[in-house]
Design a protein. Structure first.
Ligand SMILES: Nc1ncnc2c1ncn2[C@@H]1O[C@H](COP(=O)(O)OP(=O)(O)OP(=O)(O)O)[C@@H](O)[C@H]1O
Ligand SMILES: [Mg+2]
Length: 190
C-alpha cells in the first residue's frame, strides 16, 4: 500500500476474485517473532510484507492511545478500506498481533506463532516492556488469546500453529511457509 492519504479512500474492488498469488497472515502475541519471520519470507519470495502497525501509523489510521493497554487504537475501517485493493491483488504477507477484524476472504492461510512464557518474557523485557504491559502480553500468550481469535475468525483448516522460540524454529517455519506457497501455486495454476 502506498502511504498517500488518497489511497486510503480507494473503493473496495470486486471481492472474492481469484488471486494470482496467495495472501498469508502471520499473527501472534507481541514479541513472538512475526516481523523477524515476515521479513525473511518477503526477502526470499518477493511477497509484499504488510507490517500493519507501521502502515496504520504512516496512514493516520490510529484513533487514540489506550492508556490501560499502553498501545494505540486502530481506526480499523479506514485501514481495511486502504488495504482492500492491495489484498485483492494477492502476494501479501500480513503481520499483526491481532486478526479478528480482517475480512476472512483476504487470507489463504493463517500462521499463529507461539513461544513459551519465559522466552516471551525475556524478549519483552529486552524491549523495555514493564508492569501491566509486560504482564498483559505474557498473559495473552499463556491464555492463547490470538490463537483462539484466529480459530473464531478463520476456517480451522487454514490455521497453523508454529513454534517460534529458537533460531532453528525460524528456519523450520520458513521451510514450512515456502512449501505451503509452492503447493498453493501448484494447486492454483490458471
Ligand atoms: N525464532 C526465533 N528465535 C530466537 N529469537 C527470535 C525468534 N524470532 C524472533 N526472535 C527475536 O524476538 C524478538 C521479537 O521479534 P519480533 O520483533 O519479530 O516480534 P513481533 O512478533 O514482530 O513483535 P511485535 O508484535 O511487537 O511487532 C526479536 O529480538 C527477535 O530477534
Ligand atoms: Mg513486529
Amino acid at each position: 500500500m502506498e502511504s498517500e492519504e488518497d489511497d486510503m479512500d480507494c473503493a473496495p474492488v470486486v471481492p472474492n476474485i481469484k488471486r494470482d498469488a496467495p495472501n498469508i497472515l502471520i499473527t501472534g502475541t507481541p514479541g513472538v517473532g512475526k516481523s523477524t519471520l515476515c521479513k525473511k519470507v518477503a526477502e526470499t519470495t518477493g511477497m509484499n510484507w504488510l507490517e500493519i502497525s507501521k502502515i496504520a501509523k504512516e496512514n493516520n489510521c490510529l484513533e487514540e492511545y489506550d492508556e490501560v493497554y499502553q498501545c494505540p487504537v486502530l481506526d480499523e475501517d479506514k485501514l481495511m478500506d486502504g488495504l482492500e485493493e492491495t489484498m485483492c491483488q494477492g502476494g501479501n504477507i500480513v503481520d499483526y498481533h491481532s486478526c479478528e477484524f480482517f475480512p476472512e476472504r483476504w487470507f489463504d492461510v493463517v500462521f499463529v506463532l507461539r513461544t513459551d512464557n519465559t522466552t516471551l518474557y525475556d524478549r519483552l523485557i529486552k524491549r523495555g516492556y514493564a508492569g501491566k504491559k509486560l504482564e498483559d502480553n505474557v498473559d495473552c500468550e499463556i491464555f492463547q488469546v490470538v490463537l483462539d481469535e484466529a480459530k473464531n475468525s478463520y476456517k480451522e483448516n487454514l490455521i497453523h500453529e508454529l513454534s517460534s522460540v529458537t533460531p532453528e524454529n525460524l528456519e523450520q517455519n520458513l521451510e514450512k511457509i515456502y512449501l505451503w506457497i509452492q503447493h498453493w501455486f501448484e494447486n492454483n495454476q490458471t
